[in-house]
Design a protein around this ligand. Structure first.
Ligand code: DAH
Length: 348
């Protein structure tokens, strides 16, 4: 089929096509109209094919006319696509909208884990007692985790901490901290004395999880260094903290112990809150649960950091936060804290 070139007809064809493009309700319709008005069987294409029958002068101006129409229609298609694309995207955004609002009145989604909440409460308790809160890294060097704490390589006390080593630097040089005590060293190194600080955070040990142990657990460390601090200050601080946190029904006791970085050292135990002291599976029948250790900062630690032990004395302590949670909430087994059982998580 051949169509004679008719300028007037083509102009009204273009006008009509522009209107149809503008009216296309969606992107698929735009494509359809596009094929109809520009495709091989469109009036435009047919007119193009008939150009050969015109004499050269007319052919030139007719050709330019057809090209102008083509350009006009292509521009109309493109702008309609842009408009519809934007509307489409807006519609999709509304349809796929996620409500990330954590807390709305009557619509609470999620809450802090019991351990995080407890850590915050402990920080508050200690801040109320005049301590500041500090933090240190979880990947530590051997020096901070052990050596500066008076635990040289091959010291038998290293057996107290089953350590995860990282494949980083020299073998054995970098590890996951086994306690928060290295943060004491970092503070002593970087702060002016006196220091009154607590240092909460995650710790790691190669322990098999059981009722009282987790391989990833939390501690809160305390350090006080001032002129004239004594063991009585340490005992008083622990007593104050225990009462502030557990109330007066739960007792604390200090038992002689050994830690290389304190002298004298003690273990800090509280009445087992599961059996109230009569002995149960959780406390291995003893009626007491060990929460952590404490003691007077060993002069060897001060020496390593060039602090004069004649002028400064201090005490330190370190507790397991997970153990505290276990005792406070009467959890027979610590592992419920990590199992993500929704029945447990929503209950607390
Ligand atoms: N870092 C020790 C541990 O995890 C606990 C400890 C004992 C911390 C005595 C102290 C301390 O600050 O003085 O086994």
């Amino acid at each position: 089929m051949s169509v004679a070139y008719d300028r007037g007809e083509l102009d009204s064809y273009a006008e009509d096509a522009v209107r149809r493009i503008a009216d296309a309700p969606d992107l698929a319709a735009v494509d359809r109209v596009g094929t109809e008005v520009l495709g091989k069987r469109s009036l435009l294409a047919l007119a193009h094919r008939s150009l050969g029958t015109l004499d050269p002068e007319d052919r030139k101006s007719a050709g330019k006319h057809l090209n102008d129409i083509r350009a006009q229609l292509e521009a109309a298609l493109e702008s309609r696509r842009a408009v519809l694309g934007e509307a489409d995207q807006r519609r999709r955004l509304v349809a796929e909208r996620l409500d990330l609002t954590e807390v709305l009145p009557g619509r609470r989604r999620g809450h802090l884990h019991l351990v995080s909440r407890t850590q915050a409460e402990l920080e508050d308790t200690f801040v109320g007692m005049g301590f500041e809160v500090a933090e240190g890294p979880e990947a530590e060097s051997d020096w901070y985790n052990f050596e500066a704490l008076n635990i040289p390589p091959d010291h038998p006390a290293r057996g107290m901490w089953d350590t995860f080593y990282l494949e980083l630097g020299d073998p054995g040089a970098v590890l996951l901290r086994t306690h928060t005590s290295p943060v004491q060293v970092r503070l002593l190194e970087s702060r002016q004395l006196p220091i009154y600080a607590v240092m909460p955070g995650k710790c790691y040990r190669r322990d098999t999880a059981d009722a009282r142990h987790l391989p990833v657990f939390h501690q809160i460390e305390g350090l006080v260094v001032d002129r004239g601090t004594s063991f009585a200050d340490l005992a008083g601080t622990i007593e104050t903290f225990t009462n502030a946190y557990f109330g007066s029904a739960i007792h604390a006791r200090l038992r002689p112990a050994y830690f290389p970085f304190t002298e004298p050292s003690a273990e800090f135990e509280i009445t087992c809150t599961i059996c109230r002291g009569s002995g149960c599976h959780t406390c291995s029948g003893s009626g007491w649960i060990e929460l952590g250790g404490c003691g007077m900062v060993d002069p060897a630690v001060f020496d390593a950091l060039h602090i004069d032990p004649e002028e400064w004395t201090g005490f330190a302590f370190g507790f397991g936060i997970d153990r505290l949670v276990q005792m406070r909430y009467g959890l027979a087994d610590l592992r419920v804290l990590t199992e993500n059982d929704i029945r447990f998580l929503t209950q607390v």
